[in-house]
Design a protein around this ligand. Sequence first.
Ligand code: APR
Length: 305
Amino acid sequence: INKVLCTRLKLPNFSTIDNFVDALKSAKQILVLTGAGVSTSLGIPDFRSSEGFYSKIKHLGLDDPQDVFNYDIFMQDPSVFYNIANMVLPPENIYSPLHSFIKMLYDKGKLLRNYTQNIDNLESYAGIPADKLIQCHGSFATASCVTCHWKLPGEKIFSNIRNLELPLCPYCYEKRKQYFPASDPNEETQVENPLKDRILNSFGVLKPDITFFGEALPSKFHKSIREDILKCDLLICIGTSLKVAPVSEIVNMLPANVPQVLINRDPVRHAEFDISLLGYCDEIATLVTQRCGWEIPHVKWKELK
Ligand code: APR
């Protein structure tokens, strides 16, 4: 409440979309914080909405659907993730009008940084350069061996993911076979010692470089956010429920005189914004762009080729 009062005092009448348009036109260092809602118009489900990804895996009977992205569970049984990974495998070469809106802010020299929680890597297809993008929860762009940390391009394991196969590190494969003598690694049987087996289940398994619950965020996040909260002159949160820390904490890290705007289909009740534009982000971005007298670069909804 104090933060909101302090913000309102510093920015009187900052309560209409036209004032947001004015702030957008005058801002030079915009921090855009995005979540799964910026990709749903492409058919990629978000996580917590009624039709979201977590509702689609209820049949697995997990205590918490987020367990499919739990690091400790992955290390004991990688199949919990690999049985559903094909459902979150990102499409390639498409992006939404909202992604284009962020690219437009970059083109106008207004984008300080886009902190995305999304792992679909679509920001890169929209042309947002790597130095302006923080993929807070990693992405499918690369994958690594959980044992020797050998890194490879993510698309090298996409066929394993599509075929529901465990992708194995070639450098750890021989050693893994000592623990799992089965000829076909995907036909491995449980060895007699359950504890030993559970620890070894992930030996030499390749994992996409997405941040699981229980894993640290990429160091790039912590380094950038310390600098960016001091440079930012406008925060726009788009398509996120702000339910997952530390990204959700960004709204509390900014100086109170920095205006904060939410563009989201549903209200975010646990955070205070100077203005909340509730609706579909593609449509809101298009309206705001028109009010600014700008053009969102032509959006290619489908294949870029
Ligand atoms: N336009 C605007 N908002 C939308 C749209 C849309 N077209 N579609 C969905 N939304 C909103 C929903 O109302 C919801 O508030 O986007 C939000 C998505 O919230 P979540 O599903 O919780 O996704 P997100 O906030 O990105 O989750 C954060 O949780 O499971 C972890 O690692 C995962 O990065 C993810 C993190």
